[in-house]
Ligand binder design. Structure first.
Ligand code: ADP
Ligand code: MG
Length: 356
C-alpha cells in the first residue's frame, strides 16, 4: 500500500471514529474499500439487450469504512449530509429506493449468493455526483459488496461482485439496470476502456488514446426521476423480442436479430418500438466499430461514431433532453474536440467528449 493510500486511510478512520466514537481503540477492525464511478464511451442501452458496451472507470469514487459487529444490526452514516440509518439484516427486507436501501439491498444480495454477512457500522463518503449518470448507485452497491464480503470469507471475484451488486439494484431497489455499471465499477482498468460482452460476460481492456483526454460535462439536469422511462425502454425491447420470437423461438434477446429481421417484424410492432430496436441494433455495431477505431488510432471514425450514437439516442431511443442536445452541439464546435455524445442511461446526466 502506498503512503498516499495510508494517509487516505488514516483520515477516513479518523472520520469514522467521529461518527462512531465506540470504535476508538478498534482501528484495526476497520475495513476501508472504494469503488469508482464510470462513464460509457459508447454503447447505450445495449447491455440489457445482450450486446456490447465500452465503459471506463473514473477517478471519482464512493468509499465505505466498515466495522463488523456481532449480531445483525446495521448503523450507517453518510458523510455528505450527516444522515444516519439503522436497520436489522433479515431474510425478507422490505424493498425500497432510499439511499440506505442500496446498502441494505446489497447486504441481502450477498446473503442470497451464499456470502456470510453480519451486522456492521458504516461510514459512507463519496466524490461522485449523485443521479448524474456516472453510476453512483452502482459504485455504492459495489463498494458495499467489497466491504461486506472482505472480512468474513475468501475474496469474491470482481465479476461476481458486479453480479451481486446488479441483483441488489434489480431485486431490491427495483431499477432493472443491466450489468454494465456494476461491471465497470468492479473491473475497471487504469488507462483503458472495457469492451464488455453483456451476453457472455467476456471482456477485454482496450487502451484509450494517450494523446486524447476524456472530458465529462454535467448538463445540470439530474435523471433522478427517469426510472419509469428506463423501464419503459426495456419493455419496448422485450415487445420486439416477443414479436421476433413468434417467428423464430431461438430469439431470446434483442441482439439475436439484425436490421433485416427487424424490418420483417414491421407489421407486428409499433413504429416507436421499431425505432427503439433500431437504435439498439445499430448502437451495438457502433461499439465494435469504435473499438476498431481506437485500435487504429482513427480519430475521425471515433468522432463520426459518437455523432451517430448521439443522433440515434436523440431521434430513435428518445432519451436525450434539450440541455444535453445543446451541450453536445456546443462541445462539438469547440477546438480540439474529436467527438461528443451523451453518456449514461439518459434523460439528463453527462456528456462525454474526446478532446485533443
Ligand atoms: P446514478 O447512478 O446515475 O448516480 P441513480 O439514480 O441510479 O443515479 O442513483 C442515485 C441514488 O444512489 C441516490 O439517489 C442515492 O439513493 C444513492 N446514492 C448514490 N451515492 C450515494 C452516496 N454517496 N450517499 C448516499 N446515497 C447515494
Ligand atoms: Mg445508477
Amino acid at each position: 500500500m502506498s503512503t498516499a493510500q495510508e494517509a487516505g486511510r488514516e483520515a477516513l478512520v479518523e472520520r469514522f471514529i467521529e461518527a462512531f466514537p465506540d470504535a476508538a481503540g478498534h482501528e484495526d477492525e476497520l475495513v476501508v474499500t472504494r469503488a469508482p464511478g464510470r462513464v460509457n464511451l459508447i454503447g447505450e442501452h445495449t447491455d440489457y439487450n445482450g450486446g456490447f458496451v465500452l465503459p471506463f472507470a473514473i477517478d471519482m469514487d464512493v468509499r465505505l469504512v466498515v466495522r463488523p459487529r456481532d449480531g445483525s444490526g446495521v448503523r450507517i452514516t453518510r458523510a455528505d449530509t450527516g444522515e444516519s440509518a439503522a436497520f436489522e439484516l433479515g431474510p425478507f427486507p422490505a424493498p425500497g429506493s432510499a439511499w440506505h436501501d442500496y446498502i441494505a439491498g446489497t447486504a441481502w444480495a450477498l446473503r442470497q449468493h451464499d456470502q456470510p454477512v453480519g451486522g456492521f457500522d458504516g461510514l459512507l463518503l463519496s466524490t461522485l455526483p449523485i443521479g448524474s449518470g456516472l453510476s453512483s448507485s452502482a459504485a455504492l452497491e459495489v463498494v458495499t459488496a467489497w466491504a461486506l464480503s472482505a472480512p468474513r470469507g475468501p475474496s469474491v471475484p470482481p465479476l461476481e461482485i458486479a453480479r451481486i451488486a446488479q441483483f441488489a439494484e434489480n431485486e431490491h431497489v427495483g431499477v432493472m439496470c443491466g450489468l454494465m455499471d456494476q461491471f465497470a465499477s468492479a473491473c475497471g482498468v487504469a488507462g483503458h476502456a472495457l469492451l464488455f460482452d453483456c451476453r457472455s460476460t467476456e471482456w477485454q481492456a482496450v487502451p484509450l488514446p494517450r494523446d486524447l483526454s476524456l472530458v465529462v460535462i454535467h448538463s445540470g439536469v439530474s435523471h433522478g426521476h427517469a426510472d419509469n422511462a428506463y423501464n419503459d425502454r426495456r419493455a419496448a425491447c422485450e415487445r420486439v423480442v416477443a414479436a421476433a420470437a413468434a417467428a423464430d423461438p431461438s430469439v431470446t434477446l434483442l441482439l439475436d436479430i439484425d436490421m433485416e429481421r427487424l424490418h420483417a417484424c414491421r407489421g407486428r410492432i409499433s413504429a416507436s418500438d421499431h425505432d427503439r430496436a433500431h437504435h439498439v441494433i445499430t448502437e451495438n455495431e457502433r461499439v465494435l466499430d469504435a473499438v476498431e477505431a481506437l485500435r487504429a488510432d482513427d480519430h475521425a471514425s471515433l468522432g463520426e461514431l459518437m455523432a451517430e450514437s448521439q443522433a440515434s439516442m436523440r431521434d430513435l431511443y428518445d432519451i436525450t433532453c434539450p440541455e444535453i442536445d445543446e451541450l453536445v452541439a456546443l462541445t462539438i464546435e469547440a477546438p480540439g474536440v474529436v467527438g461528443s455524445r451523451m453518456t449514461g442511461g439518459g434523460f439528463g446526466g453527462c456528456t462525454v467528449s474526446l478532446v485533443q
